[in-house]
Every structure is written in structure tokens, then in C-alpha cells.
Design a binder for this molecule. Structure first.
Ligand SMILES: [Zn+2]
Length: 345
């Protein structure tokens, strides 16, 4: 959906990396970190293609027309590997009721080491992209250490993650970190507007996506935006006692649960802000202001803070451990159900 891979908020990082390359100081391992939705993976692929291209432009961008570029675009370049998490059969076998987790396994890392040890086909770089790198299993991460310590010549490892803290320190400390920050609305607003068709308002989308431009663009595909509206309606009906918490939990399990829970946190952050300062200009969901204002009226600030904490805990639990998420959601919704009337919890 992105028409141009040269994302304007990447330019400073791009110049920095190209300068390192020009002076022969490009590291063997780069850790690209920062919030989701900023296009770190897009940057990594742009860099990989630029390094493999036979006729890059003066800024290091791939030409898009040479044989290397064609092979890269067809996911078929012999000097490039993409490592993605695979289904963890062991955890799936142990308990079929739990969701199957995806991890980067030790055999994937062993294959990667063999790949890097061979001479490159085009006597250039050999590049591996691990995304998301935080899915490395412990033994896989250990296996990667040796390669990070003694990388074969002209090899480049690109580790992409929105959760750098989940990577072992031993891995992180052996990479040069390239940290991506959420761009300002002055930068992301015009870019998003150039990508949108129709009447969608770029700033409302960016606000709903915490300023992450690619997340905002994904909202614009309509389906996610509709899901957000539908979940908001469900939640409102739970609050007013019109929808059973068990049914609501079932609805909320649909789609991307982590994203659903981020919305829940966003709404509660805004509810607390509204309670503290009704005219707050800092607002994550400006399109939903009137709905949230209705929710906030009959709730105490103590209660709103407690619900925000509970929403954050729920998100953390669901993201880090294999728990019965639907049950946790039911408990959460039961605690808010009908509270406009009773206000007891
Ligand atoms: Zn090319």
C-alpha cells in the first residue's frame, strides 16, 4: 500500500547509514528499534536492496531495474535472507487450547550461519533480515552470538523489533542501534495525506495511531477502522449494561487482539485526561471525543485510573504470556459493566 519506500521521517537515519557506508564503517549488525508502525522493516529492506543493487543512485537507493533489484523484488536474491518466526510446534503440542506462538528457532539461525559463511554470489554483501527479532528463542539467540562476535566479511545482519527490551542484552550489545522515533505531525501529516484517497482526515488517523504513520495508513484501509468503531460500540454497551461481558469478550477476541487492547488503553488514557482537564488539547482519539465525554461523566477519577491500570495489565499479560485471554477480558468487562448506574467496583 506504500507508494514510495522513501519515508520522509527516515531520511536522517538513511543519510547516517550511507555516510557510514561511504567511509567503510557500516557495522555488521544493526538493531532497528522503535514503536510499531514507523516502517523500520521498510527501511531495512530499502537498505538491503540498495546495498545489493548494481547501480544505486548517489544517495544509496536501489535503481529498481538491474538484475539484482529484480531478484530482490522477487524475494529471490541469493545473497539475501529474510528470517521470520515460525510456528512453535512444541508449545502447540503441550496445550492445544493455547494460541500457537511463533518464534525464531535455532535451526533457522544455523541455516543463517551457513548462508553467511558461503562466499556471496555477486561478490558483494550478504544480508540477513530478522523480523521481528524479539521472537528469537533463547537457544537461537545464543547461537546467533558467535556470528555477531565474528561476522564473516561483507555480511550484514538487520534486526528489526518494536520490543528491543525482549532481546537478550548479549545480542543487543553486539549491534549498532538505530532508534526510530515517532515523527512530528508536520512530517507525517503531509505524507499520510499524499497516501490517502477519499475524505479521511490524516490527523485524526494519526492521533488514533499514536502518531505512527504506517499504523495510521493501515487504519485507512477501512476494515480496521470499522473494527475499532464496532469495539467502541460494544464497550459502550458493556458500560451501560446493555451488552453481556461474556459476549463482549468474545467480540473483542476477533481480529488483532493486541491492537484491540491498545485501543482500549488509548481510550482509557483519554478518559483520564478528560477527567483531569475537560478541555485537554492532548487527545489520542479526537474523532471519539463526544463518546468518551459521555463515558467520563459519571466515573470517579480514582476509578478511571484503576481501569487504565487494569487495561495496561491486560495488554501486558496477553502480549507476554500464554494466558486465557478471553477469561481476562470477561473479568475486565464485568468490572465496568453497568457501572454508570451502580458505580461500584
Ligand atoms: Zn538495481
Amino acid at each position: 500500500m506504500i507508494n514510495d519506500e522513501r519515508l520522509p521521517w527516515h531520511e536522517a537515519h538513511w543519510r547516517q547509514i550511507q555516510q557510514s557506508r561511504a567511509t567503510g564503517r557500516l557495522p555488521h549488525a544493526l538493531l532497528l528499534t522503535g514503536p510499531a508502525g514507523l516502517g523500520k522493516g521498510v527501511f531495512a529492506r530499502r537498505l538491503a536492496q540498495g546495498l545489493l543493487c548494481k547501480a544505486p543512485d548517489p544517495e544509496g537507493n536501489a535503481c529498481g531495474h538491474c538484475r539484482a533489484c529484480h531478484l530482490f523484488q522477487a524475494d529471490n536474491h541469493p545473497d539475501y535472507r529474510l528470517i521470520r518466526p515460525e510456528e512453535d510446534h512444541k508449545s502447540a503440542e503441550n496445550d492445544s487450547s493455547k494460541k500457537k506462538s511463533k518464534v525464531i528457532k535455532i535451526n533457522q539461525i544455523r541455516d543463517l550461519c551457513v548462508f553467511l559463511d558461503y562466499t556471496s554470489h555477486y561478490s558483494g554483501y550478504k544480508i540477513v533480515l530478522l523480523e521481528p527479532a524479539d521472537r528469537l528463542q533463547v537457544n537461537a539467540a545464543n547461537s546467533l552470538l558467535k556470528t555477531l562476535e565474528e561476522p564473516p566479511g561483507n555480511s550484514l545482519l538487520l534486526l528489526v523489533t518494536a520490543q528491543a527490551a525482549r532481546l537478550p542484552v548479549t545480542v543487543r550489545s553486539r549491534c549498532q542501534v538505530l532508534s526510530f522515533n515517532t515523527p512530528s505531525r508536520e512530517v507525517s501529516g503531509p505524507w499520510l495525506a499524499s497516501q490517502l484517497s477519499g475524505s479521511l482526515e490524516p490527523i485524526a488517523l494519526l492521533d488514533a495511531a499514536n502518531g505512527a504513520p504506517l499504523a495510521a495508513l493501515a487504519y485507512a484501509d477501512g476494515e480496521r477502522w470499522r473494527r475499532r468503531q464496532s469495539l467502541m460500540k460494544d464497550y459502550e454497551q458493556v458500560i451501560t449494561g446493555q451488552l453481556d461481558p461474556i459476549q463482549a469478550a468474545e467480540n473483542w477476541m476477533q481480529g488483532n487482539l493486541t491492537e484491540n487492547l491498545r485501543w482500549l488503553i488509548n481510550w482509557h488514557t483519554d478518559l483520564v485526561r478528560l477527567k483531569m482537564s475537560p478541555d485537554t488539547p492532548q487527545f489520542r482519539n479526537p474523532d471519539a471525543r463526544s463518546v468518551l465525554q459521555n463515558w467520563v461523566i459519571r466515573q470517579s477519577s480514582h476509578r478511571l485510573f484503576a481501569r487504565l491500570d487494569a487495561a495496561i495489565r491486560l495488554h501486558t499479560l496477553c502480549a507476554t504470556t500464554q494466558v486465557n485471554t478471553q477469561l481476562l477480558l470477561e473479568v475486565f468487562f464485568s468490572s465496568v459493566s453497568g457501572n454508570e448506574k451502580s458505580n461500584t467496583f
